[in-house]
Design a protein around this ligand. Structure first.
Ligand code: ATP
Length: 411
């Protein structure tokens, strides 16, 4: 191999091999190397990271694989990947130890070829990029804390310049850009969101929309490829408008915005204060509210009213109501919300009571049954019943999410 040591910033990408234009989709294949991955000793987060980043860049991934530290099997995997993908990315096996076989194996396979070394700013082992017969082979170090910045700071540029068939001049001349915006929705099932924006989900490049279901929320990701940022953002804006026309009430934010952040913004703007009494969420709601910097302006108190005596003494629930309806009931939730609000003189009182499971459920009151009440000065109190599914942690999170959404909609 002919080794060329250069920093990626100074590279003139040998893009002449890449005849595809931005609108043609390129495809990449990821091969993770390491016997410890095959044994299940470590989880393959590198593939998840790379798949996500490549998708964000509009590059399709049709195959991923894992091979142990074995030259024959790695050779076979790389050969197969080169036969069907434009870009082959390997992770791991780059270090100096005997089980690090990536470079030797690939060198053996492709022969004398120029290599571009990619500086590793976090660790010692550099990554490498090879242009080979109209293909690109990229080898990245195994540790995620080395691979992730290397991919984001250097590799993604190599790939986009190459696919655009434009030498990397450093001034962005002739380059296309890809912009995205994630619209975050809560309070609706994925199937309902899917139905509402079905036509948008069928859009083809240059502007596309993807749907992603997460715990307690659904995300719509709009991606647009265009000649400049203004055009890409204009195309995204058009689609966002259509999404908002259908789902506006359920949208709480975009990109890095969080539900607790959105609630904080509204409480601040409306100069309202809040106090919270939580049972089954055990303080999670208070914790999420206080994750937001500046929450001291509006968050007065969080009480974990886990036991019945605390529900009675701390949040003013009538013992007779607990006896009659049980601790997990609309009536108790309503009294807790009012009790905590009046205790500290907040504008809003919020209470959660439910069964997080996996034990403690009955036929009439199954695991996942949660009541959330909101008591606002001068307004009729609100109580909502939810039936969440999932593990204990998942039910707790969904309850905190529903509580935040109830606050968001009723401030
Ligand atoms: P080093 O010089 O650190 O050895 P390397 O490129 O040779 O770098 P490996 O030896 O293959 O990397 O892996 C080093 C460590 O990186 C592993 O022990 C593991 O903790 C982590 N790692 C490797 N591959 C993956 C992967 N696919 N996903 C997540 N972590 C990984």
């Amino acid at each position: 191999l002919l080794l060329i040591y250069k920093d990626v910033k100074n590279l003139k990408i040998v893009a002449k091999y890449f005849k595809k234009s931005i609108m043609d989709s390129m495809n990449a294949e990821i091969i993770s190397i390491g016997t410890e991955l095959l044994l299940g000793h470590i989880v393959n987060t590198n593939t998840a990271f790379l798949s996500q980043k490549l998708a964000e860049s509009g590059i399709d991934v049709y195959h991923t694989s894992v091979v142990g530290d074995n030259p024959q099997r790695l050779t076979a995997a790389v050969k197969q990947a080169l036969a069907r993908a434009d870009i082959v990315i390997t992770t791991g096996g780059l270090g100096p130890t005997v089980d690090d076989i990536t470079i030797e194996t690939i060198a053996e396979l492709i022969g004398k070829t120029p290599i571009r070394w990619i500086k590793n700013h976090v660790g010692t082992v550099p990554g490498l990029v090879i242009d080979w017969k109209e293909k690109m082979i990229i080898c990245l170090p195994g540790p995620p804390r080395e691979l992730e910045p290397m991919f984001e700071n250097a590799i993604i540029q190599c790939i986009s310049r190459a696919r655009l068939n434009v030498p990397y001049a450093g001034d962005g001349r002739g380059s296309w850009i890809i912009k995205s915006r994630t619209i975050k929705i809560t309070g609706l099932a994925e199937s309902v969101v899917n139905r509402a924006v079905k036509d948008l989900l069928e859009l083809k490049p240059p502007t596309t929309v993807g749907i992603y279901a997460k715990l307690g929320q659904v995300e719509l990701k709009i991606m647009s490829k265009a000649k400049n940022e203004k055009l890409a953002l204009a195309a995204i804006g058009k689609i966002e408008k259509k999404i908002r026309a259908k789902l506006n009430n359920f949208i709480f934010g975009c990109d890095n915005e969080t539900l607790e952040g959105a609630v904080g913004k509204i409480l601040t703007t409306k100069r309202q204060t809040i106090a919270v009494a939580e049972s089954c969420t055990g303080g999670l709601l208070s914790s999420r509210i206080t994750d937001v910097s500046g929450s001291s302006k509006y968050f007065i108190m969080g009480l974990v009213a886990y036991s019945n005596p605390v529900k009675i003494a701390g949040s003013g629930v009538d013992i007779k109501i607990i006896m009659k309806y049980g601790a997990v009931s609309q009536q108790v939730a309503r009294q807790m919300a009012k009790g905590i609000r009046t205790l500290v003189g907040a504008d809003i009182g919020l209470a959660i009571t439910g069964i997080a499971g996996p034990t403690g459920g009955t036929k009439r009151k199954p695991v996942g049954l949660v009541y959330i009440a909101l008591d606002k000065k001068g307004r009729t109190p609100l109580v909502k019943e939810f039936r969440f599914k999932g593990s204990r942690e998942e039910i707790k999170f969904q309850a905190s999410q529903a509580a935040l959404d109830l606050i968001r909609k009723n401030i």
